[in-house]
Design a protein around this ligand. Sequence first.
Ligand SMILES: [Zn+2]
Length: 111
Amino acid sequence: MTLTLVHSRADLPPLWDGAPVTWGPWKDAPVTTWRFHASVAERACTSCGLIDGREKVNLGVVDGLWRLLAYRCECGHDVVFNHETGEAWDLDPSDYGPEGSVDPNLEGKLF
Ligand SMILES: [Zn+2]
């Protein structure tokens, strides 16, 4: 039996600043020494406040290059690091729509 959800959202943004993203499978986040260098505020989920709750990681490929790294907290909140720019983005529900995630500074200027 196949369950089809008519209004299901994408699991991750299908586009990033207008460019299609190919996401891989979710994997367990690797254990790194980052937590020993980062402040508690940096390690806390911006949605639920859990510290070191980023359990799953997903790599996003844009234009044939690995550019995005999505971390998913236990609560389901996603943060995407843009490897190219060094920026981190907290995703909100609008990012999972057909337009994907758009930098607020670029919004309305892309198309
Ligand atoms: Zn969380």
